[in-house]
Write a protein that binds this ligand. Sequence first.
Ligand SMILES: *Cc1c(COP(=O)(O)O)cnc(C)c1O
Length: 365
Amino acid sequence: MRRLPVRPEIAAAEPYGAPHPDVPNRLNVNENPYPPPPEVVESVLARVRQAVAGANRYPDRDFAELREALARYLAAESGAVDLTADGVWAANGSNEVMLQIMLAFGGPKRVCASFDPSYSMYPEYARDTHTAWQPGKREADFTLDPAHAIGHIDRVGPTVVLLDSPNNPTGVVTPLADVEALARHTAGKAVLVVDEAYAEFRDARTPSAVSLVAKYPHVAVSRTMSKAFAFAGARLGYLAADPELIRCLRTVRLPYHLSALTQAAALGALEHATLMLSRVDELRERRDRLAAALVAMGLRVAPSEANFVLFGRFGDRRAVFARLLAAGVITREVGPEGWLRVSVGTEAETLAFLRALALTREELE
Ligand SMILES: *Cc1c(COP(=O)(O)O)cnc(C)c1O
């Protein structure tokens, strides 16, 4: 390694990724535990077959058909009825969409701000694009105080602000009025990215920020098929924004970044959006029962509108994590010291987790 001219900030870093040992109960990366139904598998295969048959040609660089389908889905899901295909963009996961944002709007001598705790990939986008990383803070209850957020933005002067709502790792939603206050404050200075990776799990009364896009040309709302949509393996993330903002992303994307196979698979899944999302209500109810069970055990739980729960506090969270793992349940050591995050799995996985946690606490006390 010493002989490679690697950037020092890369040389010192570990490649990102949750550990994924082969354990029976994988509750560490917020996947939907239910695979796509067989009808969807057939639809996807039919489309992928066609794409493979034409794979001597490069794919549609601007994936018009997929953007059309994503716009239709997102307009219906978010209530932003005026959303059209030219206001939607996509890439291989919303991670790639957000990296493209950083390529276009971050860079040397520029600042990216967010509010901790937040998604652990954000500082990596900043590092990889030579953008200074300046996180502000959430309150002790993990909500975002808009006055603090605005003060922080004024202090550090970002060109990109990343706000995940529901937030990872807490599941806490930022009310739309507060997001809009940030939108007003950042107009003309920064791009405000609202990362709604978990939006489909939010409460029925919680509005999506997609409705802000028509009013604020510097607001982008990022979504993904990786979580509620049960399609993490296909790698498809997308974003709603003003066509002018999307033009900037088209400038920095790699040529033909979205393969014909990915486009075909995503179209096949979107055709069956209702089926793909058919377990979301069940997961949401299980999340609420899981949170109540943790509270009944005397633990603290962050109020989650996602498909995971942050719980604590433990004097030694690493010991709890390790004992759960030894019992066949993998959770995630993220968020502030003393807390752990667990994804909502199947009923059996969730019970296995609760049983293992009860035993762990008996042993450690
Ligand atoms: C999981 C997650 C994503 C989604 O990543 P993909 O690249 O679309 O799989 C984005 N943002 C947050 C906060 C997440 O937790």
